[in-house]
Design a protein around this ligand. Sequence first.
Ligand SMILES: [Fe+2]
Ligand SMILES: [Fe+2]
Length: 262
Amino acid sequence: MAAEPSVRSNAYIFYTLATVSFVETSVPEFVETLNQMYAEDDEMQGWLRDTWLPEEVEHGRLARDYIARVWPEFDWHPAYAAFLDRYKPRCDVQYMRPSLALEALSRCVTETQTAMMYRCLESFMPTEELKQMMHKLSAEEVGHYRYFRKTFDRYNAVEQHGVIRRLRTIVARSELVRDEDLAFAFEPLNDFWRSPQPFAPMTWETFLEISGDVMKQYMPVEAAARMMFKPLETGAWWRDRPVRALMTFMVKRQYPQLASEA
Ligand SMILES: [Fe+2]
Ligand SMILES: [Fe+2]
């Protein structure tokens, strides 16, 4: 399927798909760490191996193949190697959360955030092929969220972390998605071209700004808050207005672009 010329000259689509391709392709690095942590949990290991790993790697492959077709002058492999040099040490077990329940919770955050991002991108993308790709990705991230959520509930039945501890884990992990995963993936994107880029190079700040605008356009701040804090949805307290107001405040703090809407 040929891509529309408008896609090739669209810098934002390139940077988005390239960061997606890097972060998703790097999942095997992370599976090793999770296998170490959940070494006693055969069910979890089986799911990581048979479902999570193949689906995430496939997300990376879809984005990478699209890039190879539409921006063939981008040298994906050395760019990915440069990303991995910086990112791989961060996947080490020492950077994981201090307990199996909290690690599963922080995985829930990553999965809801990616699901949310892909859902917005599905609406944003200008072609049917890219819309379908984003739809598949977002549906599968929701499935991953469900599994990690079940895992969190299972371990938290024993570990019993309260709401404040869970909130802190959620906020800390969501800041890492932005400040490390995506920032590291973005870094090499202007350096590995065999011929000039078919668009003006974009800075990280501009990329963040446009991403915020895309979210603002396609996902109301209330819905973003609901998704981000889904792993806290237990008990009647969640439905209280003040709690919802606090969640919304935190999402706005994290995504200042959304705050300007209010
Ligand atoms: Fe994924
Ligand atoms: Fe996922």
